[in-house]
Design a protein around this ligand. Structure first.
Ligand SMILES: Cc1cc2nc3c(=O)[nH]c(=O)nc-3n(C[C@H](O)[C@H](O)[C@H](O)COP(=O)(O)OP(=O)(O)OC[C@H]3O[C@@H](n4cnc5c(N)ncnc54)[C@H](O)[C@@H]3O)c2cc1C
Length: 462
C-alpha cells in the first residue's frame, strides 16, 4: 500500500565525519535532518564503532580514532534522526532516496541532500589478488574496529599509503606479528614529493605522525622492504607467498595472509547515479565530482562532502560537511546571506589548512602503474563476473571505446558491486590501450540499484 514519503529539510547519506558534521550544522539552524548509513552505528570509516569500542581497542586505534567519540556525542544530542542499517540503493534528482532496511525497501525525501559516502580502498589488481588469504588492509582494519578481530598468524602488509603504515602500527600495538612490510615508496617518490614539502610542512603535525609510525614499525624489528614493485601472490588454492622485485632482484616471502593496500579513492557511485559531471584527477588517479566551492552539484540543492568529493582526510571532511550544512541553511532561508558570508571564510580556511599536506601525500604514495593497470592478461579485473585484463584489452582491439561497452562485450561491471571495485581499473586499462586520457574514456553509467536488492525487498517498496 502506498504511503506518504517522509520529508526532511535535509537528508544526509553517510554518518562519517562529513555527514555527521553536515547534520550538526544544519540542526544548529533548526532544520529537520535525517542521516542514513548502512552501518548500524555512526562514525564512518575512521570512527567506525567508536561509541561501543572498549578502552583497550581505543588505545590501540589511537587518539585520532578516540577523537570520534566527541563527534558521535555531539551528533547524538543535536536532534537529527539517525537511520542506522540503511543501505541506500538509489538517489534521484528530486532528492528522493531509496534504501533497504530490515529486509524491506523504503523511501525518504529531502528538500536538500548531502552525499557523504566517503572513500573505499583502491583496487589492487595484481596476480593472485583474488586468492583466499588476500584482502585489503582497510578491510582488515574494519574487522578490528568493529569486532576486535585480529589475525592469529603472522601477516604480510604490502603496498603504499598512510593507512598501510597506520594498520601496521595498530597491529603491533594489538600484539599481532607482522612478518614483513613490503612497500613501494622509494627514493624516486621522495624526490618527486620534495617539490610539495613546503605545503606539507604547514601540516607538520600530520607529517610527524607519519615518521613516528615508521619509527615504531622499525623499533619492533619488522622486516621492511622499501621501493618494492611488481607484486604477485602465489598459491594453488590460497595464498602461500608473495613475490616482488626489490633492489633489482626477485624476492619471495612465505605468507598465508597478505594485506594489500594502495590508498583510498572517492566512493562516487551516488554522484554517478545522479548523472553529475565528474573529472579525472591526475594527482589522485580517480574520478572527482564537479561541484561549487560549497560542494553543490550544479544548482540542485544536492551537496557532496568529505572523501566522496575527493580524498581530503577526516578533518577536512568534517569541515566540508559543516560548510554544506551552512550553505543549505542559507539556501532554505534558515539563515541570512549575510550570516552565511560571516561564517564561510573561516570554514574555507580550515579546509585549506587540513588539505595542505595532500599534494605531498598523493605524490609520495602514488600507486605504481603496474599495480593499477595489470600487465599480466590473466589478472582478474571484474571479480563479480570474473573478467580478466586480457579480455578487456581484446574488447578494445575490436572497437570497445569505454567501460560502458565492456558490459555488452562480456558483462564486466554488471555484478552485485555494480562496477564499484573494477571501474577505475577498467577505465585505466582502456585508456592505456587506446593511448588516450581516462577523461576521454569515461566511466560506467551507474544505474540503480547501487546496492544488491532482493525481489522481496523490491516488492515491499512503498
Ligand atoms: C577501509 C577504510 C579505513 C579507513 N581508516 C582510516 C583510519 O583509520 N584513519 C584515518 O585517518 N582515515 C581512515 N580512512 C580514511 C577515512 O575514511 C576518511 O578520511 C574519512 O573517514 C572520510 O570521512 P567521510 O565522512 O567523507 O566518509 P566515511 O567516514 O567513509 O563515511 C562514509 C559513510 O557512508 C556510508 N555509506 C556509503 N555508501 C552508502 C550507501 N550506499 N548507503 C548507506 N550508507 C553508505 C558508509 O557506511 C560510511 O559510514 C579509511 C578509509 C577506508 C576506506
Amino acid at each position: 500500500m502506498a504511503t506518504d514519503v517522509e520529508l526532511f529539510d535535509l537528508v544526509v547519506i553517510g554518518a562519517g565525519p562529513a555527514g555527521l558534521s553536515a547534520a550538526i550544522e544544519a540542526r544548529r539552524f533548526g532544520l529537520s535532518v535525517a542521516v542514513l548509513d548502512e552501518q548500524r552505528r555512526v562514525g564512518g570509516q575512521i570512527y567506525r564503532a567508536v561509541e561501543e569500542s572498549s578502552p583497550r581497542r581505543r588505545e590501540v586505534l589511537g587518539a585520532d580514532y578516540a577523537a570520534g567519540a566527541k563527534l558521535a556525542q555531539d551528533f547524538a544530542t543535536c536532534g537529527a534522526v539517525h537511520v542506522g542499517g540503511a543501505a541506500v540503493w538509489n538517489v534521484a534528482r528530486d532528492k528522493t532516496v531509496s534504501y533497504l532496511l530490515d529486509g524491506g525497501s523504503k523511501k525518504i525525501q529531502g528538500r536538500s541532500l548531502v552525499l557523504a559516502s566517503g572513500a573505499m580502498e583502491r583496487p589492487f589488481p595484481v596476480p593472485g589478488w583474488t586468492l583466499p588469504g588476500v584482502m585489503g588492509a582497510g578491510a582488515a582494519q574494519i574487522l578490528y574496529k568493529s569486532s576486535g578481530a585480529v589475525p592469529t598468524e603472522p601477516v604480510v602488509l604490502a603496498g603504499c599509503g598512510p593507512l598501510l603504515f597506520l594498520l601496521a602500527q595498530q597491529y603491533l600495538d594489538a600484539g599481532v606479528k607482522i612478518k614483513a612490510l613490503i612497500h613501494t615508496t622509494g627514493t624516486g617518490d621522495y624526490l618527486r614529493a620534495a617539490s610539495h614539502v613546503l605545503g606539507a610542512l604547514r601540516g607538520w603535525k600530520d607529517l610527524s605522525k607519519g615518521s613516528q609510525m615508521l619509527k615504531k614499525i622499525r623499533s619492533h624489528g619488522v622486516q621492511t622492504f622499501a621501493g618494492a614493485s611488481a607484486f604477485a601472490i602465489e598459491g594453488a588454492e590460497k595464498a602461500e607467498s608473495i613475490t616482488f622485485t626489490h633492489n633489482g632482484q626477485r624476492k619471495r616471502v612465505q605468507a598465508s595472509l597478505v594485506l594489500l593496500h594502495q590508498g583510498v579513492v572517492p566512493n562516487t557511485q551516488l554522484s554517478w547515479a545522479l548523472r553529475a559531471e565528474h573529472r579525472w584527477d591526475e594527482q589522485q588517479l580517480c574520478w572527482i565530482p564537479v561541484t561549487d566551492a560549497c560542494g553543490q552539484i550544479e544548482e540542485t540543492g544536492i551537496y557532496i562532502a568529505g572523501d566522496s568529493r575527493g580524498i581530503v582526510g577526516a578533518k577536512a571532511s568534517a569541515s566540508q560537511g559543516r560548510l554544506a550544512g551552512l550553505a543549505i541553511a542559507r539556501q532554505l532561508q534558515a539563515i541570512s546571506p549575510e550570516k552565511f558570508k560571516a561564517h564561510e571564510p573561516a570554514i574555507l580556511e580550515e579546509i585549506r589548512t587540513h588539505t595542505q599536506i595532500r599534494p605531498f601525500l598523493d605524490t609520495l604514495y602514488r600507486p605504481q602503474d603496474a599495480h593499477r593497470i595489470p600487465t599480466d592478461d590473466e589478472v582478474t579485473v571484474c571479480r563479480c563476473e570474473e573478467v580478466k585484463a586480457g579480455q578487456i584489452k581484446k574488447y578494445v582491439e575490436v572497437g570497445c571505446l569505454g567501460p560502458n561497452q565492456t558490459k555488452a562485450f562480456g558483462r564486466c561491471g554488471m555484478g552485485p558491486c555494480q562496477g564499484r571495485l573494477c571501474g577505475l581499473t577498467v577505465t585505466e586499462i582502456i585508456a592505456s590501450e587506446r593511448k588516450v586520457s581516462p577523461q576521454e574514456v569515461g566511466y560506467y553509467r551507474i544505474r540503480p540499484p547501487i546496492k544488491p536488492i532482493t525481489l522481496g525487498e523490491l516488492a515491499s517498496f512503498e
